[in-house]
Write a protein that binds this ligand. Structure first.
Ligand SMILES: Nc1ncnc2c1ncn2[C@@H]1O[C@H](COP(=O)(O)OP(=O)(O)OP(=O)(O)O)[C@@H](O)[C@H]1O
Ligand SMILES: [Mg+2]
Length: 233
């Protein structure tokens, strides 16, 4: 049996990231705990993808700390669906199989079934539609049996039906106990999925609140402007 290691809480302590003299994330203090999905909401360029890369441990803050369950290094059960997932030039099933530690065709089938792609298992992954590829990326991430699943704009270029299909999967995955941390600039999607919201602008955390509080009565004028649809730069 694996020791019961947990990567939660995932904590940012005064974390900043500078690259080429520019501060991309500034003095971030944030604790992410188990429960309903945490949504990172903010305009383009606000630092959502960068925050996710820090949270995955793919990059290190240039100052401050990121810890997982109090440890400086995460366990292996983190998975991410990137903003632009890249598929292997092979079948959908092969893309999922590749993410598994060992060959297990039943598991591949179950994962494809979970995202509604069982019928397309043998299709070349790169020929799938945008929505199908996003679902395949979800299956591939789930193959890692994650404790925390990071999603970066999982429906950015999808139509409403494809968006709904992805959101239904995300909700089912969250209900199964996986912690979802999702970046989006889509306010409607944040409303539908978020348990709590982290609102970012210019690499800073502007506001953090439960969804039931944030959407009807944001505490900051910037979040209020964003929710009204005003331009927040
Ligand atoms: N390695 C880097 N070097 C310099 N600048 C960077 C680097 N990575 C990101 N940036 C800049 O940091 C800012 C935040 O980028 P990031 O991709 O995290 O934003 P985002 O909120 O995910 O935006 P979007 O909604 O467009 O996906 C942007 O201005 C981006 O150009
Ligand atoms: Mg991004």
């Amino acid at each position: 049996m694996r020791a019961p290691i947990t990567d939660l809480p995932l904590a940012f302590e005064d974390a900043s990231l500078r690259a080429r003299g520019v501060e991309i994330v500034s003095n971030l203090d944030l604790k992410i705990v188990s429960g309903a999905p945490t949504v990172l909401l903010g305009p383009n360029g606000s630092g959502k993808s960068t925050l996710l890369r820090l949270a995955m441990g793919l990059i290190r803050p240039t100052s401050g700390r990121v810890t997982w369950g109090g440890r400086a290094i995460p366990d292996e059960r983190l998975a991410m669906v990137f903003q632009r997932p890249v598929m292997l030039r092979r079948s959908a099933a092969a893309n999922v199989a590749y993410a598994l530690e060992r060959r297990d065709e039943q598991r591949v089938r179950a994962l494809l079934d979970r995202v509604g792609l069982a019928a397309l298992a043998q299709r070349p992954a790169r020929r799938l539609s945008g929505g199908e590829q996003q679902r395949l990326a979800l299956a591939r991430a789930l193959a890692r049996d994650p404790e925390i699943l990071f999603l970066d704009e999982p429906t950015a270029s999808l139509d409403p039906a494809a968006t709904k299909a992805v959101e239904d999967i995300v909700q089912a995955v969250a209900a199964s106990g996986v912690k979802i941390v999702m970046a989006t600039h889509d306010i409607g999607q944040a409303r539908r999925l978020a348990g709590d919201v982290v609102f970012l602008a210019r690499g800073r955390l502007i506001e953090r609140a439960g969804a039931a509080q944030f959407f009807p009565s944001p505490a900051t004028s910037e979040a209020a402007a964003f929710l009204r649809g005003d331009l927040v730069i």
